[in-house]
Every structure is written in structure tokens, then in C-alpha cells.
Ligand binder design. Structure first.
Ligand SMILES: [Zn+2]
Length: 190
């Protein structure tokens, strides 16, 4: 990320770093990384630099863990409340109707497009594949839907009811991105 993009659209102007005999070497490195002096309306100069920032975030999936463990085994797991006869494709550990704990069930690996959108901007994890297609997936036997990505086709080729199949990362990272969908064989028209 270049420092110059930080101030885009603001009323400041950008200038190269002032030369300083003491820090010439450091400044050359900073310049390569996008560092600059920004000047605001009042003429106040601010030095901007880029530096890498890393956070190790420890996250527990708790009761949702079976879903993410399933992705690593090439399985899509939903949950079901037997008394209410309701199956969630996006798992819930407790029934939204009666409040009882639900049971894990395996969903089919083929579904249908319920709806979709094309994202022309995404968070850092998706920037490399932008623009990409987000799809809401319906499954036979499930009462709710699952949000995922649809790959291997263009936006123009997608249609409501399109048969799609789940694909899984060969090296799971235990993230929701371990699963995505692609058109089922013969699903593309024309
Ligand atoms: Zn219930």
C-alpha cells in the first residue's frame, strides 16, 4: 500500500521528502515505500510513512466448529431442529423457533442459485479476485440459504435456479473461504 493513497480526495497536497544530510539513506528507502510530506490548507507539513502492521487474532469458532472442520473434509454441514422440521444451511446451534439445541446434518454438495451479486470491491482477502460473484445458495431439503462465492463463470452467465456445486480448498485454512461454488456440469447456457 502506497502512502500516497492515504490522503486521496483530501484537501492536502503532496510533496517529496525534504533532503536531510543525516537521513539521506533512510529517506531513499522511505520514498520507495510511498512516504511523503503532506501539506494541509494552513501550510502545516506532516510526514507520512508506510509500515507493515501485523496482528495475530486468536478466534474460537466454539459451537460452530463442526461447520469449519467439515469444510476441510469436503462436507457442508447445516443444522436441523427435528421438532420444528427446519434445516438451516447457515448453521444455528439453537432453533430460532423453539430455542432447543439443533443437530448437525450434512447438506448436499449441489445447490441452486437463489440470488447473486458481483462485487467490484472487497476486503483485503478478496482484492486479488475482484471483481467476484457472491451467491446465495439453495439446497434440496434445507429451509435457509448459504452465502458463498461463485467461480468459473462470468456475471452474465449466472441465472436464478442455476445448478452449482461446492468446491473445497485442497489446503484448508478453516475459514469460510475454504468453500466456494462453481457451475454444475451442463449448467452454463449457450
Ligand atoms: Zn425448533
Amino acid at each position: 500500500m502506497k502512502g500516497a493513497t492515504v490522503m486521496k480526495g483530501s484537501s492536502t497536497s503532496k510533496r517529496p521528502l525534504k533532503k536531510s544530510a543525516k537521513f539521506t539513506e533512510v529517506q531513499e528507502t522511505l520514498l520507495k515505500e510511498g512516504a511523503a510530506i503532506y501539506v494541509d490548507k494552513k501550510g502545516v507539513e506532516s510526514l507520512y510513512i508506510d509500515f507493515p502492521y501485523h496482528v495475530n487474532y486468536v478466534h474460537s469458532y466454539a459451537q460452530d466448529s463442526p461447520f469449519f472442520l467439515g469444510l476441510a473434509e469436503g462436507k457442508l454441514r447445516g443444522t436441523r431442529c427435528e421438532p420444528c422440521k427446519y434445516t438451516w444451511a447457515t448453521p444455528r446451534t439453537h432453533c430460532q423457533f423453539c430455542g432447543e439445541p439443533t443437530k448437525w446434518v450434512e447438506l448436499p454438495l449441489q445447490g441452486k442459485v437463489h440470488s447473486w451479486t458481483t462485487c467490484h470491491y472487497g476486503s483485503e482477502a478478496f482484492l486479488k479476485e475482484t471483481p467476484y460473484n457472491l451467491v446465495i445458495v439453495e439446497f434440496e431439503g434445507a429451509n435457509s440459504v448459504l452465502l458463498s462465492r461463485l467461480k468459473a463463470c462470468t456475471e452474465e452467465q449466472i441465472y436464478v435456479g442455476m445448478p452449482i456445486v461446492a468446491k473445497f480448498a485442497s489446503e484448508p485454512k478453516y475459514l469460510i473461504t475454504d468453500v466456494w461454488f462453481e457451475p454444475a456440469p451442463g449448467a452454463l447456457k449457450g
